[in-house]
Design a binder for this molecule. Structure first.
Ligand code: ADP
Ligand code: MG
Length: 281
């Protein structure tokens, strides 16, 4: 059993406070949905928890089973069991999925024996075309294929807690179903599963989304509404239904919903410290 605890988290980007006191607790087997309008700080929350450069935590804490996550570099967070499925998966030319997986297995002390078979089996479960397994990571894949690829990595690595940032964006309905159901299965898998990484309990999920559609495939136990860097309401799945019926205006004043979104912060490459910067060196 694992617990990710986020306590009164405040964070700034470029001097502007984006997260203004977030409290969230996600444990093994639970599915939490964080829903919010554009610019609410959803991706910022996932970036701060994973340790993406360019974000400053000004107060608060993030712990995994009581261990300070904020003190760890991103790779240690991943090895400790945190995993992010990115809103915009990064293309990594020249690096194949197989290489990424064998390095990741090695970093976790797992044997790479049978890695190819496992990759093929997991690809089959989510209808990810085996032809793509030999391509450079995410290169020349459609939006939907990238998300299947991300889901495949999640299923291979068996993290303890997964953050899915808009898994549904860019996905057609079939891909959405395949990916969401795989995650749902992981969240239900018994702790004593025979998978080599089993034994630490089923996956805890923090799914970040704009729309409730994905939640019909991945039903949440808890729903939180994030507006302007704060959770303004928390409840059960009925909160998503209310949001569907009444919109975000039911939860926050109109002016809080019009967060300045700047130029294209939603776009992946221009952020300070993004992986793409590495290729500019
Ligand atoms: P969401 O994912 O909820 O749509 P984000 O977390 O991407 O929102 O963005 C929240 C706010 O933070 C937006 O106003 C956005 O413009 C701002 N922001 C995000 N990243 C940066 C950045 N690197 N530099 C400046 N502002 C940023
Ligand atoms: Mg976002």
């Amino acid at each position: 059993m694992t617990t990710l605890e986020i306590r009164d988290l405040h964070a700034t980007v470029g001097g502007t406070e984006i997260l203004r006191g977030i409290d969230l607790t996600v444990s093994s087997g639970e599915v939490h949905a964080v829903m919010g309008p554009n610019g609410a700080g959803k991706s910022t929350l996932s970036a701060v928890v994973m340790g993406k450069p360019g974000y400053t935590v000004t107060s608060g804490a993030v712990t995994l089973d009581g261990v300070d996550v904020l003190a760890m570099p991103p790779w240690e967070r991943a090895v400790a069991g945190l995993h992010l499925v990115m809103q915009y998966p990064t293309e990594v030319p020249g690096v194949q999925l197989h290489d990424v997986m064998s390095e990741a297995f090695a970093a976790r002390g797992r044997s790479v024996d049978g890695l190819d078979e496992l990759l093929r089996a997991e690809a089959g479960r989510i209808n990810f075309d085996e032809r793509f397994l030999d391509r450079a990571l995410n290169v020349d894949l459609s939006g939907g294929e990238k998300k299947r690829n991300e889901t495949l990595q999640l299923a291979m690595l068996r993290p303890r807690i997964a953050i899915l940032d808009e898994l549904d964006s860019g996905l057609d309905i079939d891909a959405l179903r395949d990916c969401a159901r795989r995650v749902e299965d992981l969240s239900n898998e018994a702790a004593d599963s025979d998978h080599p990484e089993g034994g630490h309990g089923s996956l805890g999920v923090l799914i970040i989304t704009h729309y409730s559609r994905v939640l019909s495939e991945l039903p949440p136990d808890h729903v939180h509404i994030l507006v302007k860097g704060r959770i303004v309401a928390s409840g059960g799945p009925e909160l998503a239904d209310r949001l569907d019926a009444e919109g975000y205006t039911a939860f926050a004043p109109e002016e809080d919903l019009k967060v300045e979104t700047g130029d294209d912060h939603a776009k992946p490459v221009e952020r300070p410290g993004s992986l793409d910067d590495l290729f500019a060196l």
